[in-house]
Structure formats: C-alpha cells, structure tokens
Design a protein around this ligand. Structure first.
Ligand code: AR6
Length: 203
C-alpha cells in the first residue's frame, strides 16, 4: 500500500547543499524561522491562508501590520514585509502581496516572481535560516496553478542560490493537487538543471 501523502516529502537539492522541500499540510503548523503569508495590499486578515495565519497567530500580528502600514502605506503587489509570529510556532511571518490574476497581461508573472524573491531576500537579510511558503496567489487571487508553481519553484531556487544565511525553503501545499503540481515543477527543474531530486516518506 502506498504511504499516505501527508508523510511524503520531496526534496530538491541545490548545488552547495541548500534545499527546497515540498510537503502537503497546513503552513500554520510549520516551525521554520518564518512562514510566508499570501496577503493583500491592506494586510487585512481576510480568508484562505491569511485568515489561518492571523487566526492562529492572534491579534499581535495585525497590530504590527497596522504599524507597518501607517509608516509606509499600502504594500504593492510583489513586495514583502515582516512581523513577529505571535502565537504561531514560527517566530516570524513574512507578508507578501501576490498579484490578482487578470489574464496574464498585467505583469502578473513578474509580480509573482518578486513575491518569492523579496521574501527570500528579506528572510536572508534578517539572518533567518529557513522559510515556508504557501502557493501564493493560487486561491482567492486566481493565478493558474501550473504557471504559478513553475514561477515559485524556479524563483525560489534562483534566490536561494544567492542567499547567505537562508539554507532551507519549504513549500507547504494545502491540497493534494497543488502538492502534485509543485512536485512536478520541481522534478522538471531538477532534470533541466541536473540537480538532485528525491522523494521519501517521513517516519
Ligand atoms: N496552509 C497552507 N496553504 C493554505 C492554507 C494553509 N493553512 N490555507 C489555504 N492555503 P489564498 P491568494 C492555500 O486564497 O490567492 C486572502 O483573503 C490555498 O489552498 O490564501 O494569494 C488574503 O487576505 C491556495 O493554494 O491566497 C488576500 O486578500 C493558497 O494557499 C487573498 O486572499 C493561496 O490561497 C490572497 O489570495
């Protein structure tokens, strides 16, 4: 019998040993140094992964978000800011605003790429070692899953190669379809770039 998908871990190993993991799960359970929130430009808790992060992390996160907004105004698509994690297991939350999908002609791909790049750069600048991402923009914001996965995996690999402190990126996918599509993107990238790729089952 195949092991349950919940315990399946896929891993892309970059030259130099940094790695990108793919798991099925709820990002609010993650114990990485930071988890990433798929936010909106007003940093309002909202639904989806953002509702889950604010719900479990408690009001301290939104209070810090409000202080950021009053200092720098609305967050543009592609930007990332950081707060503490409140009651979450992860000490920090990086809030990035994904693009709303409007058919592909409004620079959505560049903006989605920026979300991953800016989040990884911010984590690295703050000296963090690990970060977990959801599939940004693929829920309420409507970005097609396969295109979003390809951008996410390629940009995470590219940004991680340049990081000084950050060594581990984890994608935490909430449903089996997203998990399968992200794993396929990783497998394709591994093949194209001759990187190591493996799948195993957690104990
Ligand atoms: N852990 C991991 N992934 C999750 C979780 C979770 N707990 N919950 C949902 N997802 P979405 P967006 C997945 O809609 O498209 C909000 O209202 C979900 O299955 O959360 O960037 C914000 O406030 C999907 O694959 O984010 C914004 O207004 C992915 O996370 C807006 O939605 C992203 O779905 C952002 O929309």
């Amino acid at each position: 019998m195949a092991p349950p998908l919940e315990r399946s871990i896929s891993q892309l190993i970059l030259p130099g040993g940094k790695n990108i993991e793919f798991v099925l799960g709820d990002i609010t359970d993650e114990q990485t140094d930071a988890i990433v929130n798929a936010a909106n430009s007003a940093l309002m808790p909202g639904a989806g992964v953002s509702g889950a992060i604010h719900g479990r992390g408690g009001p301290a996160i939104y209070e810090e978000c409000r202080a950021i907004l009053s200092r720098q105004g609305e967050i543009r698509e592609g930007q990332a800011v950081m707060t503490r994690g409140g009651e979450l297991p992860a000490p920090y939350v990086i809030h990035t605003v994904g693009p709303v999908w409007r058919g592909g002609g409004r620079d959505e791909s560049a903006k989605l790429r920026s979300c991953y790049r800016n989040s990884i750069e911010l984590a690295d600048e703050r000296g963090l070692g690990s970060i977990a991402f959801p599939a940004i923009s693929t829920g309420v914001f409507g970005y097609p899953l396969e295109a979003a996965a390809e951008i996410a995996v390629k940009e995470a690999a590219r940004s991680l190669e340049h990081s000084k402190q950050l060594s581990d990126v984890r994608f935490v996918l909430f449903d089996p379809l997203a998990f399968a599509v992200f794993v396929e993107s990783a497998r394709a990238l591994a093949k194209a770039k001759s990187m190591a790729f493996k799948t195993y089952t957690a104990d």
